[in-house]
Design a protein around this ligand. Structure first.
Ligand SMILES: Cc1cc2nc3c(=O)[nH]c(=O)nc-3n(C[C@H](O)[C@H](O)[C@H](O)COP(=O)(O)OP(=O)(O)OC[C@H]3O[C@@H](n4cnc5c(N)ncnc54)[C@H](O)[C@@H]3O)c2cc1C
Length: 264
């Protein structure tokens, strides 16, 4: 499946909203999950590969020019308008996906499969907890937008510095805490430390925590150890790892998850 860039909006200095349309989107089914994601294939700059491509087309292509798989959250799917919205972190020139979004122009094509995904805010809880960085802003934004007016949410959203906040519309009662990476004292525990020192509402809550692996792991540990969260029903996963490309991260992720499961 593939689609073409319709337009791009800058949501903050380092988050780009890419809206796709056309191509074979008429076959796209979307997903009910608010963390639904696509498996996209990013063609490296200078590659002879053109979208759409088949696996056979790639056999004769040197490895460095083959499309790289990356997962991206569906911020919004509008079937009637055939518009698919994805919010990309523009994290510099390293890698393939963020840099693709930074140089994307209307008419550029993106090939993908999907959608996967599993979280949707539970209607059976008193309130919802969200913790995430810019990579999770699409899923948190879609989740907040799905909430009913009588719902309540507490959000801890990590961005680079003041001025990098992103509009997160919702009808619900949302208590939004912006966390600034530039103010962080240490790089692995600071998000968990901020959550730990914040008074949270009483009552039953569901949990959505996604973003940088070490930050997610520390929040997971805090929620289970100090807040009594049942990890089996919480949506918690590392979306990316600092200083690791997605390829390098996938090589060590299984061991990371095993180690993480032994934290608690
Ligand atoms: C289910 C799922 C959904 C996701 N949804 C989104 C989404 O909607 N939007 C989004 O932007 N990301 C999302 N991600 C994360 C995204 O897939 C990764 O960040 C991916 O590594 C980006 O690929 P890249 O080619 O740009 O960089 P890579 O080639 O993977 O990495 C190059 C360098 O950039 C660093 N890097 C990677 N991501 C970031 C980042 N976010 N901030 C700072 N540095 C980074 C790496 O550590 C590495 O040093 C999602 C991940 C998963 C698993």
């Amino acid at each position: 499946m593939y689609a073409e860039v319709h337009h791009i909006d800058r949501l903050s200095p380092d988050v780009l909203r890419v809206v796709l349309t056309g191509g074979t989107l008429d076959q796209f089914e979307g997903a009910a999950a608010t963390d639904a994601y696509i498996n996209a294939r990013f063609v490296p700059a200078g590659s002879p590969v053109a979208v759409p491509f088949s696996q056979d087309d790639l056999d004769s292509v040197p490895a460095e020019f083959r499309p790289r798989p990356r997962r991206f959250t569906i911020r919004e799917w509008e079937p009637e308008q055939q518009m698919l919205t994805i919010d990309f972190v523009a994290h510099g020139d390293a890698g393939f996906a963020g840099s693709w979004a930074q140089r994307a122009q209307p008419g550029d094509r993106l090939q993908f499969d999907g959608a996967g995904g599993s979280y949707r805010p539970s209607p059976d809880v008193d309130w919802h907890l969200f913790v995430g960085d810019e990579s999770a802003i699409g899923a948190i934004g879609a989740s907040l937008q799905s909430l009913e007016p009588d719902a309540r949410a507490v959000v801890f959203a990590v961005v680079e510095q003041p001025g990098y906040e992103i509009d997160l519309p919702s009808q619900a009662d949302v208590d939004l805490h912006w966390l600034y990476r530039a103010h962080a004292a240490d790089s692995e525990n600071w998000v968990a430390a901020t959550v730990a020192e914040t008074a949270l509402p009483d009552g039953a809550f569901d949990v959505f925590v996604h973003g940088e692996a070490a930050e997610v792991r520390a929040v997971r540990r805090h929620l289970a150890a100090d807040r009594g969260v049942d990890l089996s029903s919480a949506s918690i996963s590392p979306y990316w790892r600092r200083r690791h490309s997605d390829e390098d991260w996938r090589k060590v992720k299984r061991q990371w998850m095993t180690d993480q499961s032994q934290d608690l």
